[in-house]
Design a protein around this ligand. Structure first.
Ligand code: M6R
Length: 615
């Protein structure tokens, strides 16, 4: 996690770095720092807190001059978030300065060795160890910065995206990557470095992404020199033109990114199937699936790996693939899968789902499955992300940048992509008749307008939020396709409002959680008409008899649940397998409003970061 930004060129580096760090705060926000070279020396400012705190501190304490600088926004791994542990870190001589996203696992043994050689350390971080190791190599071997970085990185175990410069050679920045993302923006006589392209998109569309185990020497007036860290072999830069635009990464009039992203869902879902779903022709076109159709059709099973919200989308996909395409599916937490010695064969297809495309556990699961010969397919949102590059084939969700830490449009667009794949396979396998297939495609095309309709319930959801904002515990129940939605609803509430919440399959309630129900327990129940409706109604009766408060998500026009529940929120009718795309929306809005009413930071909840690039 952590966000890194660097600049070398002819503009003032400071405003670029600060704005860039603000855009990268989704990656971590417990402390921040900046180092600027003013022509003579390095001016360093670091603070616990957010980038705004850094701005106030640096603008009153250091010179902001200079066209070379690096900055960092941190999600603490080694050492508590405080001023000293914040990046950038200086080497003992004060000549080298570094920013780092990742973890150096063997930092302790290196630190002990450096201490023996007379080095002193001020912070608890692994990063300060790395910059001093680079300094030691540089001095001992008499090499330039680039070579010293390379030798030092060959001694470390762990993950990193780093940027480092030498005050004695202020025309270059050296960067390297293993496991954490690093993009380089290439302008006219200027270069930008960042964890993603958002910090430099208004300056240049030309960018390249470092691959794992690559490093680059970025020197003013010169071509970027790329090398493999291990064997020093030359790599040729693959410069791309990015499609991202600046409006996509700003709030566009909404108070929070999360709210903007909730409201973007009709458009995002449409963008996900645009050009892929051709209902009039009865066709789904997805290059990544089309080119590998035999792999899917001959698969023994599909294994889905993901984390968090993406794992919930995977659970929805399990229902969809098995129900519609009759293909056996297993859904696994990537973090468990990678370490449990799973049985994988070359007849398995592994689908990895990830919004960011950078989640460390999901990446590791992909590598494991590839080693064992499985065909690996990625469902990612971030174009060019590590997972999208590591997989054999894939499909982007096209949701546009998701900045709010709580995933919203990523979830619904992941489900949309997975539905398209399942429908395509159902058709290819002959499980679906042409007319059933056609009906599905047409209904999928209706989903964006139905999501618009659900969004109209925002004011009602806000009223419900006001009633339950002080709850200390909540239960979320759903069955079938809506069981994962219950899990997702509970996760949304936990992560942004810090209320304890549990999601359960409704029928499991009587095997334990029912003991929790009393007049203080709000229970959010998804009770749409097609998903085991009568059974869920019975579950609602059970809650009511124990005086639990019932907030039900129901199909438009429902009377039976309305009579039982304390509050109902309606969603339009649709096919059962498509209901998660609608029922999840009120739960997203609910957690948003509750978090806001409790004074929580909706877009940057405590202890979290958007991309979890550490295991
Ligand atoms: O980028 P990914 O989809 O791989 O991220 C997975 C989880 O870290 C993510 O979904 C997380 O659970 C969100 N904060 C949930 O809102």
């Amino acid at each position: 996690m952590c966000g890194i930004v660097g600049y070398i060129g002819h503009r003032d580096a400071y405003p670029i770095i600060i704005k860039g760090l603000q855009r990268l705060e989704y990656r971590g926000y417990d402390s921040a720092g900046v180092a600027l070279y003013d022509g003579n020396s390095i001016n360093l400012s670091k603070t616990k807190g957010k980038v705004d705190d850094l701005k106030s501190k640096s603008e009153s304490t250091i010179s902001l001059k200079g066209s070379l600088g690096i900055g960092h926004t941190r999600w603490a791994t080694h050492g508590v978030p405080n001023d000293v542990n914040s990046h950038p870190h200086l080497s003992n001589s004060g000549e080298l300065v570094i920013i780092h996203n990742g973890i150096i696992e063997n930092y302790d043994s290196i630190k002990k060795e450096l201490i023996k050689r007379g080095y002193t350390f001020h912070s608890d971080t692994d990063t300060e160890v790395l910059v001093n190791l680079i300094e030691e190599v540089k001095n001992q071997e008499g090499v330039k910065l680039g070579k010293a970085v390379q030798i030092a990185l060959n001694q470390v175990v762990g993950a990193y995206a780093i940027a480092v410069f030498d005050v004695k050679k202020p025309d270059e920045i050296v960067v390297a990557k293993l496991g954490s993302p690093l993009a380089i923006g290439i302008g006219q006589d200027e270069f930008f470095i960042a964890s993603d392209a958002s910090p430099f998109i208004e300056f240049t569309n030309n960018a390249m992404y470092l691959e794992d185990e690559e490093m680059a020497i970025i020197r003013l007036g010169k071509e970027i020199k790329l090398r493999k860290i291990k064997d020093d072999s030359v790599v040729y830069p693959n410069i791309k033109e990015l499609q991202l635009n600046i409006e996509e990464i700003e709030k566009g009039g909404y108070d929070h990114f999360m709210l903007k992203e909730i409201y973007e869902q009709p458009r995002a879902i449409l963008d996900t199937y645009r050009g892929r779903l051709l209902a009039d022709k009865g066709l789904i076109k997805m290059a990544g699936v089309d080119e590998n159709i035999e792999k899917f059709l001959n698969a023994n099973r599909i294994i889905i790996v993901a984390c968090g919200t993406s794992w919930h989308a995977g659970l929805v996909a399990e229902y969809i693939f098995e129900d519609l395409a009759r293909i056996p599916v297993e859904v696994e937490y990537a973090s468990e899968f990678r370490y449990r010695n799973p049985v994988i064969t070359d007849k398995d297809v592994l689908i990895a789902i990830s919004q960011s495309g950078e989640t460390a556990d999901t990446l590791a699961a992909i590598k494991l499955a590839k080693e064992k010969g499985a065909f690996v397919f990625g469902v990612c949102n971030v174009v060019g992300s590590s997972i999208s590059r590591e997989t054999d084939a894939g499909a982007y969700t096209h949701a546009g940048p998701e900045i709010g830490v709580a995933s919203t449009k990523a979830f619904t667009t992941q489900i949309t992509v997975l539905t398209l794949i399942a429908l395509k396979l159902a058709k290819e396998k002959g499980v679906f008749s042409q007319s059933k297939y056609h009906e599905f495609l047409t209904e999928l095309e209706n989903i964006p307008s139905k999501v618009e309709k659900v969004l109209l319930s925002n004011a009602l959801v806000e009223q419900v939020a006001a009633v339950y904002k002080d709850a200390t515990n909540c239960l979320y129940l759903g069955r079938g396709y809506n069981f994962p939605v219950a899990l997702e609803g509970a996760l949304k509430l936990k992560e942004i409002s810090y209320i304890h919440a549990e999601g359960y399959p409704a029928a499991e309630m009587k095997h334990g959680p029912i003991a929790l129900i009393d007049e203080h327990m709000p229970v959010f129940v998804i009770a749409t008409k097609k998903g085991h409706y009568e059974k869920v109604v019975s579950n609602i009766q059970e809650i009511k008899s124990r005086k639990g408060k019932i907030i039900a998500i129901v199909t438009e026009g429902d009377e039976m649940v309305r009579d039982l529940a304390d509050h109902v929120i309606e969603v339009p009718e649709t096919f059962e397998s498509l209901t998660p795309l609608l029922t999840t929306i009120p739960l997203q809005l609910l957690s948003y409003h509750i978090a806001l009413m409790r004074g929580c930071n909706v877009d940057q909840p405590r202890n979290l970061a958007k991309s979890v690039t550490v295991e």
